[in-house]
Design a protein around this ligand. Sequence first.
Ligand code: NAD
Length: 439
Amino acid sequence: MRIVMVGSGYVGLVSGTCLADFGHEVFCVDTDEKKIASLRLGNVPIYEPGLSELVLANQAAGRLSFATSLEEAARGARAIFIAVGTPSLAEVGSADMRYVYDAARAIADVVDDFTVVIVKSTVPIGSGDEVEAILASRLPQERFAVVSNPEFLREGAAIEDFKHPDRVIVGVENERAREVMHDIFRPLERNAGPIIFTSRRSAEMIKYAANVFLAMKVTFINEIADLCERLDADVLDVSRGIGLDDRIGSKFLNPGPGFGGSCFPKDTLALTKLAIEAKAPIRLVETLVDVNERRKIAMARKVESACGGSVAGKRIAVLGLTYKPKTDDMRDAPSLVIVPELQAAGARVVAYDPEGVKSARGLLHGVEFAENAYACLAGADAAVIITEWDEFRALDLHRVKATLGKPVVIDLRNIYPIKTMKALGFRYVCVGRGLAGEG
Ligand code: NAD
């Protein structure tokens, strides 16, 4: 089937490439000419394991093409996905829908036969109605149907998630469109979870509810971690002890510096705004947004306290800047708060990240960027682990100690055993591990 993906960012590019790999003929479109020019040459502008190889293979097979012109791409297409960004509207917090509605207007100008327009972007409940109204203002009703198909892929495991999803959610209220959606996802039938058909609004709500629930789990364990530090319990034991309960589940129960990334921060905020507008405020979510913001600042204070109460004039080595490993995505990364807080307290920050430095350069100012972990640690008064990249998990600890100016490690991801660190003579501070983890 000929499919168009409007928006070739993280979600559009991964989804389009995987659909091409299933055998569909996919056109990925983007208004960013540089991005499309680079993709046409086979250069993938984001770091996502396995994506470059898959893009190249499907381009070579003639199933995956890139274009800036929607008109050219849409010819003969039965399905057009909208996968553009829905960032937070500055100072308001609700989802900025302008890219989605611009895309809908552009689609309305090129549709010539029955086409299913599928909103994959995460959008406030009811946005599908608005997309439908935009199309209906320019096209006869029988020429299109609007469907919601929210995306649940995780950056860093995006291809696996797209090809083997726990479930596919399709919000559709038109029988013809339902058949098209079935054809699109038929290749998943054997090796993925079920395709769940719902109303369009329910599908839109499922996406927000899922993200907010996961953000809530993270925030919950972070607060339990704080309590563990005060009451001398170990949050890792607590996580395991509660996570084995089927009703709770073990994922998203790792304490850390607060959630970040391209989805949780903006989606939690957007849902609180939507709930207020709907006159059904969700106080639980309002609170978690607030708790998460404060947490990032609290992590900077934790570093200060591990450094004897002040970082003024000290050289602080930061390992990991991206919001999680295996991605170069810096959107709303906790490092974007922690590093400036440390700088404001007088620290000189040197940082290293395996993939994030290119984006971080434009977002973090006055930071010295190192070539590798050991160069980052050289002569520093303390090391702070913000992102748990694999290559930080088994550093040569003798070398780390010899390289650092002072043997102080603040591990915001709990990747090292307390006993080992203490036996080696580090002042080792981690998250929620009781008094032993407080240095
Ligand atoms: P992104 O910023 O990486 O990509 C969006 C792309 O859309 C950009 O390349 C931009 O140039 C392009 N674009 C904007 N307007 C356009 C237009 N009118 N026509 C063509 N292209 C246009 O965003 P993303 O991370 O891929 O997220 C897209 C949506 O998917 C968001 O709503 C997000 O919440 C949701 N989502 C993201 C993830 C994730 O892990 N990144 C996971 C699930 C859902």
